[in-house]
Write a protein that binds this ligand. Structure first.
Ligand code: FAD
Ligand code: SIN
Length: 566
């Protein structure tokens, strides 16, 4: 049992579900749809189904649906980008079943863009050997697909949607999931009991001050799983998108608007302050090199005080039938005319390859709990995700999870009980926002595109201070009737602090540079380290990973910091 504060009152409101799905992004909604007609309770923390990264996706969905394409070619591009860490069986599932799922979406009427002859238009993005990206509304793919799926979900009688429902903790008893503790806008604390739970809570981008991810991407699912003792994998691998619009929004904590990679696929070029096209000297594929290489090349210039620009003027002058309306409006809002001016860009945290360790059916190390979408780490992306493979992952693994959940439960969930958690009263001085922004800034500076042992150790020491502060605040005074926003914000800070700490530890442990993980003190890829790293909460407490290897080279006392979250 993990949600125990036995001196606290018991949660009295209990609801029963056959299956709970947490998250209304592409993965959660697709899983819920594929589970129909089985009864599903779909929980999401936003006031409507729209929340999470899915609705913000621009470029599109990759899939070997073109006449000259094959899943094998898609797989080899995925593996090349993944820098030696892909799990080949997961890649095979992603690319082979990906083509099938994409064809199904097309026949279900997904609003993908078509040419005058009615053929689906295929776009190109970095590190794809050929055109294989389907898109909708030009560069508003996420918005259109999310809207289309939400509409179907809302009309599906077997799916009961609970909005403004913040999942706080997984409830575990006898090594089995029993349900989820949730704070709901109107009802307050509710214990949703269920024998089967699907986590589809998306990514962790909000860990970093510069991110393309929306405010919901606070690593909640990952943190809940870690606290529940699940195995996690490859947490050090965080992908930074090379081209977010560089604007004053970053310092205000807002997501950075994305300037889609599809523009580079159509010929947009990157330039330094002198107007020189620098990527040609860095990689044979120039602007279409793997994402980590382009992102780091931009970052290196920015920290030397240069500016980097994306030149889309030539691309926008071609008649692309409103291919990039989102980028156009983002630029106009920032006072830039992309048809005549170059766009200032900077890398921003975009996608977490690490996550809850899962097999190809989305099964985790906890009985009864499945995961899909960005929160999962199946190994399909290796150390660096290939563009547009993420929406695809949502449908492929969402489908697989739904197929895998047994028809009958074989254990009892009746005995589990949970206690009302502490939501501390915060003075204005300890503004929650200040703690959160401090963590995000630290993560971007020390655990971002370039990492070193000294920076990571410094970050770990700060995380430990934050953990103690969180502990102290919880020990002080609990609010009697917190608002939904107070619970959500406090919960998100706890989750970010925990996951930030573990991402940093994992980054310190990987003494090499590979894919999205770059160490200035270990700049080379070490072939002997081409293995995924799995660990659990318990492993961190005993200073080892799940293979029993010691976390060497650090002086931290992780035991105290970690146990303070319990
Ligand atoms: P999300 O879509 O992030 O959904 C997570 C859901 O979980 C949300 O509904 C959220 O509200 C809910 N949730 C989270 N925590 C809780 C909680 N505690 N309680 C209850 N509910 C909770 N990928 C591509 O393949 N192609 C692209 O073109 C592309 N473009 C992108 C552009 C941008 C700007 C961004 C940010 C990402 C892009 N990606 C793209 C990545 C892709 O969008 C995401 O990886 C993918 O959408 C994740 O889907 P998901 O269903 O796993 O999670
Ligand atoms: C983009 O459109 O550049 C984002 C694509 C992705 O993250 O897969």
């Amino acid at each position: 049992m993990n949600v125990v504060r036995s001196n606290r009152p018991k949660v009295g409101v209990i609801k029963y579900s056959e299956i709970i799905v947490i998250g209304s992004g592409i993965a959660g909604m697709f899983a819920a749809l594929r589970l129909a007609p089985r009864k599903v309770t779909l929980l999401t923390k936003t006031p409507s189904l729209t929340g999470g990264s899915t609705a913000w996706a621009q470029g599109g969905i990759a899939g070997a649906v073109g006449l000259t394409d094959s899943p094998q070619e898609h797989a080899s591009d995925t593996i090349l980008a993944g820098a030696g860490l892909n799990v080949s069986s997961a890649v095979e599932v992603l690319t082979t079943e990906g083509a099938d799922r994409l064809n199904e979406l097309i026949s279900m009427g997904a609003p993908f863009d078509r040419d005058e002859k009615g053929q689906i238009i295929l776009g190109r993005e970095a590190a794809h050997g050929q055109r294989r990206i389907v898109h909708a509304g030009g560069d508003s793919t996420g918005h259109h697909i999310h809207k289309w799926l939400s509409n179907i979900v809302s009309k599906t009688p077997s799916i009961e949607v609970k909005e403004s429902a913040f999942a706080w903790e997984l409830v575990v008893s006898n090594n089995h999931i029993c349900g989820v503790l949730v704070y709901q806008y109107k009802e307050g604390w509710v214990f949703h009991k269920a024998p089967f739970v699907v986590l589809a809570t998306g990514g962790s981008g909000q860990l970093f001050s510069a991110t393309t991810n929306p405010s919901e991407a606070t690593a909640d699912g990952l943190a809940m799983a870690i606290r529940a003792g699940l195995k996690v994998a490859d947490l050090e691998f965080v992908q930074f998108h090379p081209t977010a619009l560089s604007s004053s929004r970053t310092s205000k904590g807002l997501p950075m608007p994305l300037i889609t990679e599809a523009l580079r696929g159509e010929g947009a070029t990157l330039h330094n302050s002198k107007g020189q096209r620098f990527m040609k000297d860095v990689h044979p594929e120039a602007e279409l090199a793997p994402r980590d290489i382009v992102a780091r090349s931009i970052w290196e210039r920015l920290i030397e005080g240069e500016k980097v620009y994306l030149d889309v003027r030539e691309v926008l002058s071609q008649n692309l039938n409103n291919r990039f309306p989102t980028v156009q409006s983002i630029c106009v809002e920032a006072g830039i005319d992309p048809k005549t001016e170059m766009i200032p860009v900077a890398p921003a945290a975009h996608y977490h390859m690490g996550g809850i360790a899962a097999d190809e059916s989305g099964r985790t190390s906890l009985q009864g709990l499945w995961v899909c979408g960005e929160v999962a780490s199946t190994g399909a992306h290796g150390a660096n995700r290939l563009a547009s493979n993420s929406l695809l992952e949502g449908v492929v693994f969402g489908h697989r999870v739904a197929e895998d959940i047994p028809q009958k439960q074989t254990y009892s969930i009746n005995n589990a009980e949970v206690y009302v958690p502490i939501i501390p009263e915060l003075s204005k001085k300890i503004a929650l926002e200040k703690l959160t922004q401090g963590l995000r800034k630290l993560m971007y500076e020390k655990v971002g595109l370039r990492r070193s042992a000294s920076g990571l150790e410094l970050a770990i020491a700060s995380h430990e201070k934050l953990a103690n502060e969180i502990d102290d605040l919880e020990a002080r005074k609990s609010q009697k009737s917190p608002t939904f926003v107070q619970v959500r914000k406090w919960g998100e800070l706890r989750n970010l602090a925990l996951v930030g700490h573990l991402v940093t530890i994992a980054s310190l442990k990987r003494c090499e540079s590979r894919g999205a993980h770059y160490r200035t003190d270990f700049p080379n890829l070490e072939p002997r380290l081409a293995t995924r790293k799995y660990f659990t909460y318990e492993d961190i407490n005993t200073n080892s990973d799940s293979e029993g290897t010691s976390f060497d080279g650090t002086k931290r006392e992780s035991k105290n910091a970690i146990s303070s979250y319990l």
